[in-house]
Design a protein around this ligand. Structure first.
Ligand SMILES: Nc1ncnc2c1ncn2[C@@H]1O[C@H](COP(=O)(O)OP(=O)(O)O)[C@@H](O)[C@H]1O
Ligand SMILES: [Mg+2]
Length: 152
């Protein structure tokens, strides 16, 4: 299959940068939509080899946004460098959760705990990660953005 420029759809083009942003409702089904969006973007841009991990980590962040914020959330998939994918998830809760506050390696939850592993997993699997508060200039509402990057 070919696109308008006669380049195969999943062939990366050197020096090309792209960003996709999707608004998600407060609906548990949004996790599935977010995962499939991440997969489709990565397959389209020749990064399918990292789509399993990217989907998993994205679903941790999106699930948290549904659990710990009231408003809608947004997911953004981009390639800040042509060799990397970055996934950012913004939500309306301004609190940056402790595992993403930059401490060297916070202790994980005790072995018997049923919760508290998602963000530690993101930290462990991502090549880079971070979080920062975002003001109203970004989407017209305050909140925060948590992000991770994977080398593709
Ligand atoms: N988007 C978020 N906004 C505010 N707090 C969050 C967010 N995501 C996670 N947290 C806080 O960080 C904790 C750890 O998150 P996580 O590692 O995903 O574990 P779990 O979701 O199982 O509690 C959560 O229990 C919550 O208190
Ligand atoms: Mg979680």
């Amino acid at each position: 299959m070919h696109n308008d420029n006669n380049v195969a759809a999943n062939t990366p083009r050197p020096g090309e940068f792209w960003t996709y942003t999707l608004q998600l409702p407060q609906d548990t089904r949004a996790v599935r939509v977010a995962r499939s969006t991440v997969r489709t973007v990565l397959q389209t841009y020749g990064m399918a080899q990292v789509s399993d991990v990217a989907e998993l980590l994205a679903s941790e962040l999106v699930t948290n946004s549904l659990l710990y914020s009231d408003g809608p959330s947004w997911i953004r998939v981009s390639n800040p460098r042509t060799t990397h994918v970055r996934v950012g998830v913004w939500d309306t809760n301004p609190t940056i959760p402790p595992p993403f506050r930059g401490a060297p390696r916070p202790p994980g939850p005790p072995g018997w705990a049923e919760r508290g592993r998602g963000l530690v997993l993101v930290r462990e699997c991502a090549d880079r990660w971070g979080g920062y508060a975002v003001g109203e200039e970004v989407f017209g509402m305050c909140g925060k953005l948590l992000w991770f990057e994977l080398a593709a």
